[in-house]
Design a binder for this molecule. Structure first.
Ligand code: F6R
Length: 620
């Protein structure tokens, strides 16, 4: 995908660097951290790093581990201070930031255990004030932080400095914001299990660092990033305080930068090159600003909205309007204009992304006589509730006599499973048999959903990629074994078209990892490169200018698609991980999103369809 980013940074109050994707961001940050470590160990005999947890820095830590293994960086004189820890929190809990840091970085580099510092989630409440003061003192004694790595929460927090935090705040106990607790609900198997409090370094402790890097990736961070970078300094977005620090830089992938003025509306900042894509972006924006259909945009509208240069470039509004309108109309592709008689391979990261994101086009492609395979990349087993396992086992027990199955055997398994549930802590790892049952539940749901869009059970393939098979929320990075499985799937199906989840912000980054596995498999396979169709998952949709293909759905087709989503019963009502502060079920979000795309197209003056799915297409 080609990205246009303006040079001008007039609106930006923080130094900001934008790179294409998460991987490049990880490399860039690791480069910087490695140089800081080298410079500071030479200059001061040690280097003090301030570190963050969460999803965002994982790539950076992996890259640092790789460089350490390659002998490029020595951590023996690195001192670390982590930003925060939940309170209360046992040190060995899978949720503790202490454990996260050891598993994701410290164990794999030569940092000395006595040089590592994290707030302690086990100290007694009456000892907390002393503990926090000692933490601040330790930072001071180490000579202050040389380089502070930060993520940003959707509440705008840095560390756990939630809305309302003062710029003078130091390390202390804080109450977590509702948004933060909801975002963490995914990791804790439910919001109720998320601790209400945390110990965090304060804004002042963070601003004391010599250099600060705030990193953000994924489209779900775009809105808060814009407020942090372009908004006024305000206690309601703690990240805005970074604007007061001369050594702070924000590092973004393209998705997280999408709402910045220089990406969203670069023509407001400087002269731009009026490529067809830029023209379309500007005209759609203008139509939405003025509430007018594209063909009704007049010279005055262009002039009043800083688009005189575009007008001058084309000569008259009629020419621009007509060109953009025709191009947008071309994007709309009903069944007659969709592929026929081709081989189609759909990659679905979890067992429901296919019907959620492309249930409409899937049916049309089947009707067009394409040969379709849907490859489910992960089992999605961690997202199944224990009570669903209980219910399915109960069914097996009751059906056992009719099926000629050993009733006693089923009862034994039931007893083992019940005992394991009783002993399990939230987020604890399931027994292997429970993991298998959860996987099977999702597989049978996926098959039922395929049937409901008219596909036979043989169309569904379950790859169960190894990176996901940890039994817990935390996953491994993509490995050769994953790529080999994807490559085999390509070799077996020799697709003309592949469908890929192109979103970057599902709660645990699984979509991003799956996309990486596909891209790496495509790069190393010797067959003909298929055309790539990217869909977005349950969280966000491609905008009309971004999309290359818009697939209209009738009311009945939208209903049929929703019925297919219903087949994923274990994810209905309250799925463990709907992600973000969106209370709606998946099908409701899909319905709203498909209706909205159609209604936006309608407002632009395009034909008025009931609903639409959107895709970005790359290759021939
Ligand atoms: C983590 C921390 C938080 C996270 C932020 C973003 O130590 O202090 O501020 O950096 O919540 O989290 P992710 O990266 O998971 O989106």
């Amino acid at each position: 995908m080609h990205h246009v980013i303006a040079e001008s940074r007039d609106r930006e109050r923080l130094k900001t660097r934008i790179v294409d994707d998460h991987e490049r961001l990880a490399v860039l940050l690791a480069d910087r951290i490695v140089s800081v470590i080298r410079e500071r160990t030479v200059a001061a005999g040690r280097c003090v790093l301030g570190l963050a947890t969460g999803n965002t820095p994982l790539g950076v830590y992996r890259e640092l581990i790789r460089r350490h293994a390659a002998g490029e960086v020595d951590f023996s004189r690195v001192v670390t201070f982590n930003l925060d820890e939940y309170y209360p929190m046992a040190a060995d809990s899978i949720h503790s930031y202490r454990r996260y840091m050891w598993e994701n970085l410290f164990e794999q580099v030569n940092v000395r255990p006595e040089q590592v510092h994290l707030p302690d989630g086990t100290v007694a409440r009456d000892a907390l004030a002393a503990h926090c003061a000692a933490y601040e003192a330790a930072i001071g004694a180490a000579g202050g932080i040389d380089f502070q790595l930060l993520g940003i929460g959707r509440s705008g927090h840095i560390g756990f400095n939630e809305p309302g935090s003062s710029p003078e705040a130091r390390t202390r106990l804080v109450t977590l914001d509702t948004v933060t607790r909801r975002d963490a609900a995914a990791d804790f198997f439910g919001e109720d299990n998320v601790p209400r409090e945390a110990i965090t370094m304060g804004v002042a402790s963070i601003l004391g660092a010599r250099e600060i890097a705030l990193i953000a990736t994924g489209e779900h961070k775009a809105a808060v990033v814009r407020r942090a970078v372009e908004g006024d300094v305000t206690p309601s977005i703690a990240a805005t305080y970074l604007q007061r620090h001369p050594g702070a830089t924000v590092y973004l992938d393209f998705a997280a930068a999408a709402d910045l003025t220089r990406v969203a509306t670069p023509w407001l900042l400087e002269p731009v090159e009026w490529t067809p894509a830029m023209t379309e972006q500007a005209v759609v924006w203008l139509a939405e600003q003025t509430g007018k259909a594209i063909l009704k945009l007049a010279a005055g509208d262009y002039m009043e909205h800083h688009l005189s240069p575009l007008l001058a470039h084309y000569g008259s509004p009629g020419t621009i309007n007509g060109e953009v309108f025709n191009h947008l109309r071309e994007k709309i592709r009903g069944r007659a204009r969709l592929p026929k008689g081709r081989r189609v391979l759909v990659f679905s990261p979890h067992p429901d992304d296919d019907v959620i994101s492309m249930g409409g086009i899937l049916r049309k492609l089947r009707e067009n006589g394409n040969v379709i395979t849907v490859a489910y990349m992960t089992s999605g087993n961690i997202a199944v509730f224990d009570h669903d396992v209980r219910r399915h086992l109960d069914f097996v027990g009751r059906a056992a006599p009719a099926l000629g199955i050993d009733v006693g055997r089923v009862a034994t398994v039931q007893a083992e499973v019940e005992a394991s549930f009783a002993a399990k802590r939230p987020g604890g790892i399931d027994l292997p048999v429970v993991q298998d049952l959860k996987r099977t539940i999702r597989e049978s749901e996926a098959i039922a959903a395929l049937a409901s869009v008219g596909l036979p059970r043989e169309a569904g393939r379950f790859l169960d990629l190894p990176f996901y098979r940890t039994g817990e929320v935390r996953k491994r990075p993509v490995g050769d074994a994953d790529i080999a499985i994807v490559r085999e799937m390509l070799a077996e199906t020799r697709p003309d078209l592949v469908f890929i989840a192109g979103d970057l912000s599902d709660p645990h980054g699984t979509h991003r990892v799956c996309k990486e596995a596909i891209e790496r498999a495509l790069a190393t396979w010797d067959g003909t490169t298929p055309q790539r169709w990217y869909y977005r998952g349950a969280w966000q949709e491609w905008s009309i200018p971004e999309a290359d293909v818009l697939v209209p759905l009738s009311q009945e087709e939208l209903r049929a698609k929703i019925f297919a989503i219903f087949k994923h019963q274990s994810q209905k009502d309250t799925a463990p991980f709907p992600g973000g502060h969106d209370e709606r079920e998946f099908w409701q979000r899909v319905e709203a999103r498909n209706l909205e795309t159609a209604s936006r197209a309608d407002k632009l003056g395009l034909p008025e369809y009931c609903a639409m799915e959107a895709f970005v297409v790359e290759g021939q």
